[in-house]
Write a protein that binds this ligand. Structure first.
Ligand SMILES: O=C(O)CCC(=O)C(=O)O
Ligand SMILES: [Fe+2]
Length: 331
């Protein structure tokens, strides 16, 4: 893929390609934090099992959080804080490099993973205000060290603490500060496709969630060292819809850049996706069992179709508006 050159220009107005339709623009400021998303401590999770145990109590909180928002924050998770701050430091160092340097790590030459400016779905008219680095961490055969960004050793402890038997992808998101943050999004509204996502965010703020289809939004309060845990589409299907797939987006601001590191736990591409259990009297939310790859493709084509219909409607409206003066003349 040819590198797209882009200046994150602070002084100028926002380029048109980043301007969102009014209905998609941020409704709540990046730093107006809500405490609605529960914070769950894993302290004592291994001290016994069964009714009344600390483990049972934690499980209950997680179930409730997934039924409610599909999101919670986890603290006392046991991942070394020094490791997390080192990851963050290295990521910041990378994004501070000039664009010419960064694009040397792009995905050209068939590399799996690497640097991308403003990833967005093909066919979408508006771009996200972000740059990312992707690294495929599991299965081991998916790792491509020729990407040149991440040494085989770094992050190992973090990875050891999270699902090993699934596919795993790490995406480092960098959102440069933005001259007109009210008109754009760092990352447009979406649900993550996989089972579960762990997100490490800095203290700036910008992750937002909705549970009424985008009518109202809350900004997740950043907590030092915590992971935001998002349930993805696969998790939603597994639970036959009982658990919500977190509906979220990232907004940007004009004061400071923001960094977040997302670790996506996904089923293997050929894994079968179907609810684990369907309670008596309930209907399964999936018509048939499909592979994760099929599920992912369906989602992507649905998103593209929605974007296409939206663009069509917009073009039609603009054309009608252009015609109006003529109608007025003949009225
Ligand atoms: O940067 C954030 O807060 C959100 C990132 C995210 O949702 C993603 O990478 O899928
Ligand atoms: Fe996400």
């Amino acid at each position: 893929m040819a590198p797209i050159s882009l200046k994150w220009d602070q002084d100028s107005l926002l380029e048109n390609k980043f301007v969102r339709d009014e209905d998609e623009r941020p409704k709540v400021p990046y730093n107006q934090f809500s405490t609605e998303i529960p914070v769950i401590s894993l302290e004592g999770i291994n001290d016994g099992e069964g009714a009344g145990s600390r483990r049972a109590e934690i499980c209950e909180k997680i179930v409730k959080a997934f039924e409610d928002w599909g999101i919670f924050q986890v603290v006392d998770h046991g991942v070394d804080a020094r490791l997390l701050s080192e990851m963050t430091r290295l990521a910041r160092e990378f994004f501070q490099m000039p664009t010419e340097e960064k694009v040397r790590f792009d995905m050209s030459g068939g590399k799996k993973g690497g640097y991308i400016v403003s990833s967005h779905l093909q066919g979408e008219a508006v771009q996200d205000w972000r740059e990312i680095v992707t690294f495929f961490s599991y299965p081991l055969k998916a790792r491509d060290y020729s990407v040149g960004l991440i040494s085989p050793k770094s992050g190992e402890q973090l990875l050891r603490n999270i699902a090993r038997h699934m596919d795993q992808k790490v995406v480092v998101n960098h959102y440069p500060k933005c001259p007109q943050p009210d008109l754009t999004l760092g990352l447009k509204r979406h649900t993550d496709p996989g089972t579960i996502t762990l997100l490490l965010q800095d203290q700036v703020g910008g992750l937002q969630a909705t549970r009424d289809g985008g009518e109202s939004w809350i900004t997740v309060q950043p907590i030092e060292g915590a992971f935001v845990v998002n349930l993805g589409d696969h998790g939603h299907y597994l639970s036959n819809g009982r658990f919500k797939n977190a509906d979220h987006q990232a907004v940007v601001n004009s004061n400071t850049s923001r960094l977040s590191i997302a670790t996506f736990q996904n089923p293997a591409p050929d894994a079968i996706v179907y609810p684990l259990k369907v309670n008596e009297g309930d209907k399964p939310i999936m018509e048939e069992a499909i592979t994760f790859m099929e599920m992912y493709k369906k989602k992507m084509s649905k998103d593209l179709e929605l974007a296409r219909l939206k663009k069509l409607a917009k073009d039609k409206k603009e054309n009608l508006e252009k015609e109006k003066p003529i109608e007025n003349i003949f009225a």
